[in-house]
Design a binder for this molecule. Structure first.
Ligand SMILES: C[S@@+](CC[C@H](N)C(=O)[O-])C[C@H]1O[C@@H](n2cnc3c(N)ncnc32)[C@H](O)[C@@H]1O
Length: 217
């Protein structure tokens, strides 16, 4: 069994190695990723004036969308592990001297507190299932939210429940050296396990096959 510190280091390596592709395809990812997060964003309904955290923001497209919803009186903070993606998010969406999304580099599992906390709401698109220690990540999220705050996230389920995803990965493995390297650097383990957010202090989410939204107790 691989220990959490090793999984975290692999996770950081993986995202550092794959960042150039995400940066290069940032506009395309915004477009193809939108349907993957739309249900959760609809449920979260960021309101004008709210402070919202976007965990695993990648190159910032979702944070920018949230920033538009909360408006100039609110605050949208995107957090990501990968420095190159955060730098790209800043250059794509930050407006010097003006209200707009803010971007922070950090590991949600090990940050004591997220700059900008406490948040009214937290959003995460396709990130939580990748954490080495989801309970640690959700604990930081819980600690960074105000009491009664809400969270909505979308995640992939395991490969067995996503045959399309498994098929794409196996095709890529045959055609792409980088993918083969990535695969050896990211042996799945706890990072790919579904986790209920109850342990860090969230109330149970309503049952939904497509997304999870929940509220702090
Ligand atoms: C599958 S990508 C999704 C990016 C973006 N949310 C989207 O939907 O386009 C997962 C993102 O989570 C980030 N990530 C992974 N582990 C993280 C951690 N422990 N803390 C913060 N971000 C993390 C990665 O760097 C990556 O940008």
């Amino acid at each position: 069994m691989t220990d959490t510190a090793t999984l975290r280091a692999r996770n950081a390596d993986f995202w550092a190695q794959t960042s150039p592709g995400w940066v290069h395809q940032a506009d395309r990812h915004d477009e193809i990723g939108r349907p993957l997060g739309a249900v959760a964003l609809d449920q979260l309904q960021p309101q004008p004036g709210e402070r919202v955290l976007d965990v695993g923001c990648g190159c910032g497209g979702t944070t920018a969308e949230i920033a538009r919803a909360v408006g100039p009186s609110g605050n949208a903070v995107g957090l990501d592990l990968a420095e190159a993606m955060v730098a790209t998010a800043r250059s794509r969406f930050s407006v010097p001297g003006a209200a707009g999304p803010q971007f922070v580099t950090g590991d949600i599992e090990t940050l004591g507190a997220v700059p900008g906390a406490p948040f009214d709401a937290v959003y995460a698109r396709m990130t939580l299932m990748l954490l080495a220690d989801p309970v640690a990540g959700l604990t930081t999220i819980r600690r960074s939210m105000r009491s009664g705050g809400r969270m909505a996230a979308t995640v992939f389920r395991d490969g067995g429940a996503n045959p399309g995803c498994r098929a794409r990965c196996s095709v890529r493995r045959h055609i792409c050296d980088r993918c083969r390297r990535c695969r050896s650097a990211t042996t799945p383990a706890p990072s790919h396990s579904p986790t209920r957010p109850a342990q860090p202090g969230f109330s149970p989410p309503p049952a939904s096959p497509a997304s999870t939204s929940t509220r702090t107790t």
